[in-house]
Design a protein around this ligand. Structure first.
Ligand code: ATP
Ligand code: MG
Length: 459
């Protein structure tokens, strides 16, 4: 068979995967691991999941695993899931995809007995390899060579492949970003030509691939080079492209500034979305003063709802929508690096989101014309203070205050609203280090506060 080679790598498959390949083989079928897991193994990356492809039809697969639980997950595409030792394992019959009338899904699929047919329907050469249980690779389209040269190349005619399923455009950009590969010339031309077809792809599929792209090591270069493709599903970003800031602090246009800021970010998707979108309202808030200097008053606040709507449209979960838009709103939050302010910040945002906000601010600062040393240092100092406060379990929320509502009631304060006010007053005095977080100290102070309140009411 063309493209078969024994790998020089020592392949050790997980036991459950191996047992599935073995069982299919014993029943007279051929079976391979295929796609992303083979690509990752060639690159010495531990695969995150294994896909199995086989000559057996779904009915035949069910018969092979009659002693196991089998779920007919995607039966129309030939996929069944077999549960082995509580692990779900997807097995798909070799298939040939029919026409794609809608730029998304094949109108029909035909099962095949030839592995080459199945490899030919896959998107890129690096994803179109398979490997049997003995470590024999089948690489009909030159995937190993492309991995060596770090190239993303469509299997077959790139124009046809992208018009069949436009999501492949975004997948090409995703792999170029995560694997740090270059995109082959014809594949690149076809991406540009077909980018508009991304409009027909569901938000869920876009969101999943785009999130991986955004968190990839090469995200900055890909986002800069392919803003037109990204703009098909986040058109708001197109307003930023070429939008000059007319401000001595900025050497980049708004889009390039936002993208370059990603360079110093961790791979936390929420932080990355917030950084990408942090200046999304700058174009609508822009004005120049009498000296011709550009300003963007209110852009952080105005960006909150724009970012929220973008994340909603992408079908991000509620926490992601809320957190990304909150980070956009507060990306200009003023920082004073001392313990009191660190605790105030922790109170306002919580620990996890405080660290995220500091990361967004640090990324923003890093992409200014000259790195502002003071600003960068302040953010770093604040991060250390917040971590210290958290590590030392300092009190910055009602949860960790040494008194609670019941204690305040026991002092004779009955009304819910007043109890809350007393607790808040105590908390702020603890945060501001006017009071230590000890029960008897707080109770004494609470009595004073209650007394003052009552006197004010009488007055
Ligand atoms: P990851 O490591 O992120 O899971 P992957 O390559 O395994 O990457 P999957 O989405 O899990 O990506 O897809 C598994 C395999 O199915 C791919 O490697 C590829 O062979 C094939 N594939 C997935 N999506 C498409 C598509 N839209 N068109 C053609 N082939 C595809
Ligand atoms: Mg996969």
């Amino acid at each position: 068979m063309k493209g078969v080679r024994k790998t020089d790598k020592f392949i050790v498959l997980p036991e459950n995967i191996n047992s599935v390949l073995l069982r299919l083989d014993e029943h007279g079928h051929t079976a391979y691991i295929v796609g992303g897991c083979v690509r990752d193994m060639c690159m010495d990356i531990p695969p995150n999941d294994y896909d199995i492809t086989t000559s057996a039809t779904p009915d035949e697969i069910e018969r092979c695993f009659s002693d196991k639980r089998v779920i007919r997950t995607g039966i129309q595409h030939g996929t069944v899931t077999v549960i082995i030792n509580n692990e779900p394992i997807e097995i798909t019959t070799y298939r040939i995809d029919g026409n794609y009338a809608d730029n998304r899904h094949p109108d029909s699929v035909k099962f095949s007995k030839k592995i080459e047919d199945d490899l030919a329907r896959r998107d890129f050469t690096v994803n179109a390899m398979c490997c049997d249980k003995d470590g024999n690779f089948i690489d009909v389209f030159g995937g190993i060579e492309d991995i060596k040269n770090k190239i993303i190349r469509c299997v077959g005619d790139a124009n046809k492949r992208f018009s069949e399923d436009a999501l492949r455009i975004l997948r090409a950009l995703r792999f170029a970003s995560t694997l740090e590969f270059n995109i082959e010339k014809h594949t690149k031309e076809a991406i540009r030509k077909n980018a508009h077809l991304l409009k027909s792809i569901s938000s869920e599929r876009i969101y999943s691939e785009f999130t991986k792209l955004l968190c990839g090591k090469n995200a900055v270069d890909i986002l800069l080079e392919y803003s037109d493709c990204i703009g098909v599903f986040i058109p708001e970003l197109l307003n930023e492209v070429g939008f000059e800031q007319h401000n001595p602090h900025h050497k980049y246009d708004v889009y390039e500034h936002s993208v370059r800021a990603l360079d110093v970010c961790s791979d936390d998707a929420i932080v990355r979305y917030a950084v990408l979108l942090h200046d999304i309202a700058k174009p609508i808030c822009f004005f120049t003063d009498e000296n011709g200097i550009g300003h963007f008053h209110g852009h952080a606040k105005a960006g909150e709802s724009i970012a929220y709507n973008i994340m909603r449209r992408l079908k991000a979960d509620n926490v992601t929508c809320d957190t990304v838009s909150m980070l956009v709103k507060y990306h200009d939050y003023t920082i004073t690096p001392d313990m009191r302010h660190a605790k105030r910040m922790l109170n306002k945002f919580g620990y996890e989101n405080t660290l995220r906000l500091l990361e967004v601010k640090s990324a923003d600062t890093s992409a200014h014309v000259i790195f502002d040393d003071d600003r960068g240092r302040h953010i770093e100092e604040m991060r250390m203070l917040c971590e210290e406060a958290y590590r030392q379990q300092q009190c910055f929320s009602l949860k960790s205050l040494a008194v609670n509502g019941k204690d305040i009631i026991s002092l004779g304060c009955k009304e819910g609203k007043s109890i809350g006010k007393v607790l808040d007053a105590l908390l702020w005095e603890v945060i501001d280090e006017k009071l230590c977080n000890e029960k008897d100290v707080l109770l004494e102070r609470a009595k004073d506060i209650i007394k003052t309140c009552q006197e004010n009411i009488v007055d």
